[in-house]
Design a protein around this ligand. Structure first.
Ligand SMILES: C[S@@+](CC[C@H](N)C(=O)[O-])C[C@H]1O[C@@H](n2cnc3c(N)ncnc32)[C@H](O)[C@@H]1O
Length: 232
């Protein structure tokens, strides 16, 4: 019998301490470069470009990007948000030098977060874990938008089916992860991702690198109503 989880909980249940111990080697070391064809160095570059000194990281995993990225100053204020207590424990220990605040919550539910609003919000490899269609996943974007400063940037990446011509191994692994509830992305596409982001933000970029959509979005301002402006 399939396990029953609260909405949004299945995609985080896999991140046990044992899985987290292998995550950097398997996902960041092997899968990104060789299966999804988007090296982790490219994702770190994206992170470096958008991370600020007042940052909320959502879906923290092992905290790799927080550990490796270049913050604008030596003393960034960081909040970690995840539904999974093991992810929060591993990531907060890894970046203990920054004394991060920790918030256990489901991004699909309305959020009350101390220290809000943030100048940057990172959403790396979370959307493909969330259940439903991109229209359902928009709830997460709506909840996070409420915690982004007017000039802040929400940025991230998500694995999509049918981006670049994907290998047989990529299609097999994606199907397997979807069957196991680790991913829920078979209905996601670059167009539906862009549409979801543009529902909540006026300046949106989406770039495909292999099977990975790398995105950034800035909040609508009353004096700026242009859609789809690339972010400089
Ligand atoms: C694939 S890992 C990504 C880790 C890291 N951001 C990275 O890119 O290496 C997904 C993370 O999102 C968290 N997560 C999944 N669904 C969530 C939800 N509904 N609310 C909050 N966190 C969630 C998981 O617990 C896990 O830590």
């Amino acid at each position: 019998m399939k396990p029953q989880f609260a909405p949004g909980a299945a995609g985080q249940a896999v991140y046990t301490p044992a899985v987290l111990a292998l995550y950097d080697a398997w996902v960041l070391g092997v899968s990104n470069r060789w299966i999804w064809k988007c090296p982790t160095s490219r994702l770190l570059e994206h992170y470096d470009r958008h991370v600020s000194d007042h940052h909320l990281d959502v879906g923290v995993g092992t905290g790799y990007y927080l550990d490796k990225c270049r913050f604008p100053s030596a003393k960034p204020r960081i909040t970690l948000l995840d539904l999974n207590a093991s992810s929060l424990r591993v990531a907060s220990r890894r970046i203990a030098r920054f004394q991060p605040k920790v918030h256990q919550a489901n991004v699909l539910e309305p959020l009350t977060i101390a220290d809000s609003p943030f100048d940057s919000i990172g959403l790396m490899y979370v959307l493909h874990c969330l259940p439903g269609t991109m229209a359902d996943k928009q709830a997460a974007l709506a909840h996070l938008q409420a915690h982004l400063a007017p000039d802040g940037t929400l940025f991230g990446a998500t694995i999509l089916p049918g981006g670049a011509p994907s290998s047989r191994v990529a299609r097999w692994l994606m199907a397997r992860y979807n069957r196991r509830g680790i991913f829920a992305n078979l209905d996601d596409s670059p167009a539906s991702l862009r549409a979801a982001l543009e529902t909540h933000f006026t300046a949106v970029t989406v770039e495909m690198v292999g099977c990975v959509a790398i995105f950034a979005a800035r909040r609508a301002r009353s004096d700026s109503l242009t859609c789809s402006q690339p972010i400089a």
